[in-house]
Design a binder for this molecule. Structure first.
Ligand SMILES: *[C@@H]1O[C@H](CO)[C@@H](O)[C@H](O)[C@H]1NC(C)=O
Ligand SMILES: *[C@@H]1O[C@H](CO)[C@@H](O)[C@H](O)[C@H]1NC(C)=O
Length: 585
C-alpha cells in the first residue's frame, strides 16, 4: 500500500504529537481528511503570489550584475535537466510591469519577490562596489507595486549567493558570510525600507544547506556529507539573527516594518499512529526539517532530538565532538525571538516510520535521522516527483507550528503544485483541486486558532525550476519559454484563485462548483491560442521526450487520475515515439 519514496527531500519532525494533543484543542487522532469546510477568511487576510530572482529575472549578466553561484552552477554541464540555465528564463527583469498588471488583474494584495544579491553588490561585498543600476531596478519594481496598491514582501536571500563569496570563502561554510549578508541586508533596508514593510531574510534555508552543501544537487554543488549542511545552517541561523537585530536597532523605529524568515517543511505523519516508534520517527522527521531552524529562532537552540541523534552518531564514528555545531549561551539568547513573523513554505506530506541506518555506510544528514519516508500511491502526484497532494498535512503542520512555537504570526510564503509534461495544458484542473484543498485546510487551521495572516500561491509564473530546469511548471501563468518574448498565458487556476480571493474564501458548495466549471471554460480559448503555437514546435517536443525517460511518464499515467487530457496527450506522444523507434530498427 505504501510506496517507498526517493530519499533526498526533506525531513522534519513530527513532534510530540500525542503529548501535545492532551493539552491542545487540535485533535491529532481525528481523521477528517475528506471533509470540506465552507466559510470565509478573517477580514484583511492577504492574498498573493510569489517568485524569486534567479528563477524569473533572466538578464544574468546585464547592467553590471555580478555572477551568482547559480549562474556558475548551471553553466557547468550535467547539473540541470537538459543543461538548462536561468540566463533568460521569463525575462522578468524586462517585463516586470507586464507581470504587475497580471498581479493586478488577479486582485492580489501582495507580491513576494527576491532581491538578487550580486545584482546590487556584484562581488557580494559592499565596500567593493554597489551597482546602482541594480538598486534602481528593484526600486522601480517596488514603486510600481505600490502604485497599484500591492504590498511588496521581499526576500533577501533566495539562494543566489554572489560567486565571489563562494570562491573566496567557501560560501555558507564560512562564518564571514554573516557580516557580508548583514551588510547587504542593511543596504536593502537603507534603500528600500521606506517602502518595504515585510522582509524575509532567507527562503528555505533547509534546501540551501542540504541540497547545496550535502547532496550537491543545488549550487554550489558541494557534497560535504554529514557536516556541510549543519555548518551552513549554523551560519545561516546566525546571519538571520544578526540581520533581525540590525533592523531592530537601526531601522525599526523609523520604518516600522517586520523581519521574518521563510522555512519550508513537509509534514511527517506516523505510518501507524498507535506505534510509539513511528510517532517518534515522525517527530524526528519534522524536527530535523522545520524544527532545525524554527527551534533556535523561537527557543534559542537546536531541537533536543537533533542534538541527541547527531551527537550519538558522531560518538559512534569515534568523533570527539558532535557534527552538529553548538551555540554558546550568549548566542542562544541573541538568536531567540528573532522573527517578527514566520514565513511557511509547504508543498507535501510523507508517512514516516523508524529505520536504523548502519553507521558503517558513512554518516549523512539523512542517515542521522533514522527514518524512512513513504507515500500513499493514491495521493495525486501530477508534477514534481516528490510533490504529492495531501491537503490535510498542511493543517497538521500549521497546528504543529502553533503549539511548538507559541502561536507566531504566520505568512504562507509558498504553496502550490507543478505539472511535468511536454505538451501544453492550460486547463489545469489538478492545480485547481490542489489549491482548493490546501487553501481549505489552511482555513480549517485558522479556525483551530493558528495565526495565519496571508497566503502566497507559488508561483505567479512558470519559471526555472533549479536542477529540474524548465521541466516542471509551478505557474498560475504558463510561460512559453521557446518564444523569444516569453509570452504569458493564464491557466484555469488563475480564474479559480481569483474567485477565492474575491469571496475571501469558499461561500458555499454550489458557487465553488460553479467557479470550477467557469474556470475550465475560459481556459479553452487560451489553450487554442497556445495550441497553434505548439504545433509549430512539435518536433522539438518529441526531441525533448526522447531525453526524458519514457518510464516516468508511464508511471504518471498509472498514478494520476485528474489530468486526463494531458495524460492522453502523453500517451499519444509515447505511441508515436514507439512507432518512430521501431521504424529506425
Ligand atoms: C548536458 O551536458 C552533458 C555534458 O557535456 C552532455 O553529456 C549531455 O548530453 C548534455 N545534455 C543535453 C540534453 O544536452
Ligand atoms: C573562511 O575564509 C577565510 C578567508 O578566506 C579562510 O582563511 C578560512 O579558512 C575560511 N574558513 C572556512 C571554514 O572555510
Amino acid at each position: 500500500m505504501m510506496l517507498s519514496h526517493r530519499v533526498g527531500r526533506a525531513c522534519h519532525v513530527l513532534v510530540l504529537v500525542l503529548c501535545l494533543s492532551a493539552a491542545e484543542d487540535f485533535d491529532w487522532s481525528a481523521n477528517n481528511h475528506d471533509s470540506f469546510y465552507y466559510g470565509t477568511f478573517p477580514n484583511g487576510f492577504s492574498w498573493g503570489a510569489g517568485s524569486s530572482a534567479y528563477q524569473t529575472e533572466g538578464a544574468w549578466d546585464k547592467d553590471g550584475k555580478g555572477l551568482s553561484i547559480w549562474d556558475v552552477f548551471t553553466h557547468k554541464k550535467g547539473k540541470t535537466f537538459l543543461n538548462d540555465t536561468g540566463d533568460s528564463s521569463c525575462e522578468g527583469y524586462y517585463k516586470f510591469k507586464d507581470d504587475i498588471s497580471l498581479i493586478k488583474e488577479m486582485n492580489l494584495n501582495h507580491y513576494r519577490f527576491s532581491i538578487s544579491w550580486p545584482r546590487i553588490m556584484p562581488t557580494g561585498i559592499r565596500s567593493d562596489h554597489v551597482n546602482e543600476k541594480g538598486v534602481k531596478y528593484y526600486s522601480a519594481l517596488i514603486d510600481e507595486l505600490l502604485e497599484h496598491n500591492i504590498t511588496p514582501i521581499v526576500t533577501l536571500y533566495h539562494w543566489d549567493l554572489p560567486q565571489v563569496l563562494q570562491e573566496k570563502y567557501g560560501g555558507w561554510q564560512n562564518i564571514s558570510m554573516i557580516n557580508y549578508f548583514n551588510d547587504f541586508a542593511n543596504l536593502c533596508f537603507e534603500r528600500y525600507g521606506d517602502r518595504v514593510k515585510y522582509w524575509i531574510t532567507f527562503n528555505n534555508p533547509w534546501s540551501v544547506a542540504v541540497e547545496g552543501y550535502e547532496t550537491g544537487e543545488h549550487a554550489p554543488g558541494l557534497k560535504l556529507r554529514g557536516t556541510g549542511a549543519y555548518r551552513a545552517a549554523h551560519h545561516i541561523i546566525k546571519a538571520h539573527a544578526k540581520v533581525w537585530h540590525t533592523y531592530d536597532t537601526q531601522w525599526r523605529n523609523k520604518q516600522r516594518g517586520m523581519v521574518g524568515i521563510s522555512l519550508s517543511g513537509d509534514w511527517g505523519e506516523p505510518v501507524d499512529i498507535t506505534n510509539q516508534k513511528d510517532i517518534e520517527a515522525a517527530e524526528r522527521y519534522v524536527q530535523f526539517y522545520l524544527g532545525w531552524f524554527a527551534t533556535p529562532i523561537f527557543h534559542g537552540d537546536y531541537p533536543q532530538v537533533m542534538k541527541d541523534f547527531i551527537g550519538k552518531k558522531s560518538a559512534q564514528q569515534g568523533l570527539g565532538t558532535s557534527r552538529l555545531p553548538t551555540f554558546s549561551s550568549q548566542e542562544k539568547s541573541y538568536i531567540k525571538g528573532t522573527s517578527d513573523f514566520l514565513g511557511v513554505g509547504h508543498f507535501t506530506t510523507r508517512y514516516i516510520t523508524q529505520k536504523n541506518y548502519p553507521f558503517n555506510r558513512g554518516s549523512t544528514y539523512f542517515s542521522d535521522r533514522d527514518v524512512a519516508e513513504l507515500v500513499d500511491p493514491r495521493w495525486p502526484d501530477p508534477g514534481s516527483e516528490w510533490l504529492y497532494s495531501v491537503p490535510w498535512g498542511f493543517r497538521r503542520l500549521l497546528n504543529f507550528i502553533k503549539t511548538q512555537y507559541g502561536n507566531p504570526m504566520i505568512f504562507i510564503t509558498e504553496n502550490g503544485v507543478s505539472e511535468k509534461m511536454m505538451c501544453t495544458e492550460l486547463c489545469d484542473d489538478w492545480r485547481i483541486q490542489y489549491y482548493k484543498g490546501y487553501i481549505n485546510e489552511m482555513l480549517k487551521a485558522i479556525r483551530d486558532g493558528v495565526n495565519v495572516k496571508g497566503y502566497t500561491a507559488w508561483s505567479l509564473l512558470d519559471k526555472f525550476e533549479w536542477d529540474e530546469g524548465y521541466s516542471e511548471r509551478f505557474g498560475l501563468y504558463y510561460v512559453d519559454f521557446r518564444s523569444k518574448n516569453k509570452p504569458r498565458y493564464p491557466k484555469a487556476s488563475v480564474q479559480f484563485y481569483k474567485r477565492i480571493i474575491k469571496s475571501n474564501g469558499f461561500p458555499n458548495q454550489r458557487e465553488v462548483e460553479n467557479w470550477k466549471t467557469k474556470a475550465t471554460e475560459t481556459c479553452s480559448t487560451s489553450n487554442q491560442l497556445l495550441a497553434a503555437e505548439e504545433q509549430r514546435n512539435t518536433a522539438a517536443n518529441i526531441l525533448r521526450l526522447i531525453h526524458d525517460p519514457l518510464t516516468s511518464h508511464m508511471e504518471m499515467v498509472t498514478e494520476v487520475v485528474v489530468p486526463t487530457v494531458c495524460t492522453l496527450c502523453i500517451l499519444i506522444s509515447a505511441v508515436f515515439l514507439m512507432f518512430l523507434l521501431r521504424k529506425r530498427n
